[in-house]
Each structure stands twice: as C-alpha cells, then as structure tokens.
Design a protein around this ligand. Structure first.
Ligand code: NAD
Length: 374
C-alpha cells in the first residue's frame, strides 16, 4: 500500500489542499507513489506542473485516481464514494460525530476510513494533529477579522489630537484557537480578558499578558486527552452570569468553547448580547457544532437591533489557505511517514498502533472504532 491520491476538494467553500508539492517531493523520495487530481492546488497557487515536478502523476478525474491508488488524501469528507476501490485507505477530516450515516456507507463500501480529528492527542501524534494546526490559524484570523470589522482601532494611541483607549477583547474558551486569539489581540494592542472551564488555563492566559476572569463553577477538570468536560445546566447558568460584565464592556468577544464530540454550550444569550455596545463584534467559532452564541449563523453575519454584529466563524483557516494547507500537508506528511515501512516499501496498516487505533473508524466492511460501534 504505497499509492497515494491527492484529490481536488469538492466542497465549494474549501480553499486548501491536503498536500503541497514540497511534502510530495519528500514522500516520493521515501517510496510513496503519488497521483494528483488536476487543479488540486489551484486555489493556493500551485499549478499541476509544480506537483508534477515534485514527482506526482497528474490525472484529470477522481475516478482515474481511485483506480490507480490505494490511499486517498483530502481535506474534507466526500459523499460521492462510488469508484473508490475496496480496502482503499481514505484519510481526511470527517466530522465523525455528526456523520454516522456516512460512516456506515464507507464501511459498506469496504473503505478504510481514517478521521483525522480522531488522532489521539499524544506527544508522538502532535505533528499529525490537524485540529491544532488549523485551530491556531483560525484563532489568529478571528482576531484579524474582528479588527477589520470593528469601527475602532485595537491599540491605545496618545496623540496631540486626543487619546484613544485600547479596544477590549474577551476570549471565551482558551484552547488552541483561544490562545492564538489572545496572543494576536495582545500583539495588536488590545486589552484582553479570557475564561475557560479548565483550571490549567489560567496560568497560560496570564503568561500571554491577558486577564483571566474568575468564575467559580465548582467541579470542572478536563479529560485525559486535555478536552473540557461538559457542564451541567446549572454550571452554564453560573458561567453566563459571571461573564455578563466582561461581555458588556468588550468591543470584541471571540468564543471558541467546544466540548469534543458534543454540542457546544450556549454561553452568550440574547439578554447578554443585548447589553453589548453598538458596533461590537462577536465571533462564534463554535457555530458549526451548535454555537456558543444565541442567534449565530454559520452562513451569514447577523446584525442585532443594538448594532452588535455576530459572525459565525466556522473554518476561518480557509481565509488563509496558503499557511493552512502547508500545515495540513505537514500533518498528513507526518502521518504517512509514521506508518511508512521502509523495508517493505508500504504503508504499515498496524491496527495495534495507538495512533491508528484512535483514528481508524472502519475496516473490513465494519465500523471498528469503539466510539461508533452501535
Ligand atoms: P476544543 O476545541 O475542544 O475547545 C476549545 C476550548 O474551549 C478548550 O480550551 C475548552 O476547555 C474550552 N471550553 C469548553 N467548554 C467551555 C465553557 N463552557 N466555557 C469556556 N471554555 C470552554 O479544545 P482544543 O483547543 O482542541 O484543545 C484543548 C486542549 O487540549 C489544549 O489546550 C491542549 O492543552 C490540549 N491539546 C493537546 C495536544 C497534544 O497533546 N497533542 C494537542 C492539542 C491540544
């Protein structure tokens, strides 16, 4: 198993490519045989010739690639799986918790599905972690987007014409995206406050020069993988109350609060957004998994009666596709490299390996991942 096919993305809004020519060159030198669908890199400025010069063969259609290859690599899941041969390893992000039917169809077609979001969060697998690589870029971009929409500037300015006070930014959820959002807002000169339910985060927030808002929610903690635990309804209510002041005086609120595999909690209700200042910007980065902000919409910006704008900030890394592709490609490269058997010149399909066991969802026409076996 060493024939890799890089597909052109079929999701209209997608701007990234799952592999860039530099990584293809190294994979080819290792012994992988790479085929690329024509146009796969066009949105990030890579021509077919550049992929070809890196050692890839170019094909005109997905079907041609499916016939030639036994490993498929793409950013997003694809619903059209007719033409993919049995036992092909399909590697992509998959949003598995919301795609139970799609998982079944992949299993029935005999496709071995690797969902990149399920790669365990271990030190060894860190370089394969698309969640982290993409979330940190998205966190950066959320701040840039907010700054470009805010009718005032971020830094303090003392000039003969007067003094401008710094913008106030409140970040709710300080994981990978939140930390990068704080760092970016600080670099732009804003006054930043933040909150997260995982107690370990307080030190990280302070080390970036931001203020940690203290809200006592009782027992919280985190999972073994470093994810937040789901709050009870009472805890969510306490959190909302504890955040009212910070929201009301903020020019920008960025929410990134997700609970892995579950719906995101609603942390900003209509009552709370109604108290914010006109012109303030809210970016809800959890909009696709239920949303942290009441009324946020993944498809469009919502302007409230009081002039507050809510932006559904899903997949913001798509706005910076050159770096996002480079990092995604680096993650795929690390995955393919980790499982490369240099002697046998093949991908080592080792289901005892902790990383593969964590992210292989289907195999031998069955759903094999413990989280999805019904
Ligand atoms: P995530 O996207 O699941 O959630 C984003 C943040 O929201 C998290 O910090 C979470 O604690 C927070 N959150 C959830 N509910 C909340 C609520 N009600 N209020 C406020 N905040 C809430 O998480 P993530 O960013 O992917 O990662 C979380 C942590 O996992 C990281 O900070 C890191 O410590 C760890 N991690 C480890 C590795 C690794 O070891 N390989 C890789 C990446 C991340």
């Amino acid at each position: 198993m060493n024939k890799v096919f890089l597909c052109r993305e079929t999701v209209r809004e997608e701007t990234r490519a799952a592999l860039v020519p530099g990584d293809i060159k190294t994979l080819t030198t290792m012994g992988y045989d790479i085929t690329v669908e024509s146009g796969a890199g066009e949105k990030i400025g890579y021509t077919d010739d550049e992929y070809s010069n890196a050692g890839a063969k170019i094909v005109r259609s997905p079907d041609e690639g499916y016939k030639l290859c036994n490993i498929i690599v793409r950013i997003n899941k694809n619903d059209d799986i007719g033409g993919i041969r049995e036992n092909t390893l399909h590697i992509s992000s998959f949003d598995v918790f919301n795609q139970r039917n799609a998982i079944k169809r992949y299993a029935e077609a005999g496709i071995k599905l690797v969902s990149l979001e399920m790669i365990p969060r271990t030190t060894l697998a860190q370089k394969m972690d698309i969640q982290s690589s993409q979330a940190s870029l998205a966190g950066y971009y959320a701040v840039i987007l907010a700054a470009s929409k805010l009718p005032k500037i971020f830094p303090m300015m003392m000039t003969p014409s007067g003094t401008i006070t710094p913008a106030r930014v409140f970040v709710i959820g300080v994981g990978v995206a939140g930390l990068q959002a704080i760092a970016t807002a600080k670099r732009l000169g804003a006054r930043v406050e933040a909150f997260d339910t995982r107690p370990v985060v307080e030190e990280q927030v302070k080390s970036l020069g931001a203020k940690f808002i203290k809200i006592d929610l009782g027992e919280m903690g985190q999972t073994e993988q470093g994810y937040a635990k789901e709050l009870t309804a009472e805890q969510i209510e306490l959190q909302r109350k504890g955040q009212i002041k910070a929201c009301a005086h903020s020019d920008v609120v960025i929410t990134t609060a997700k609970v892995f595999g579950r719906k995101a909690p609603v942390l900003l209700t209509k009552d709370m957004t109604a108290q914010m200042k006109s012109g303030s910007i809210i970016i809800d980065m959890a909009v696709k998994t239920g949303g942290n902000v009441e009324g946020s919409d993944p498809e469009k910006e919502v302007i409230l009666d009081n002039g507050v704008r809510i932006i559904g900030g899903d997949s913001l890394e798509r706005f910076i596709p050159i770096d996002a592709s480079k990092m995604f490609s680096g993650n795929i490269f690390a995955f393919l490299e980790h499982f490369w058997d240099a002697e046998k010149k093949t991908f080592r399909l080792d289901t005892e390996d902790e990383i593969l066991r964590g992210c292989l969802i289907t195999s031998d026409r069955k759903i094999i991942h413990k989280s999805f076996i019904e």
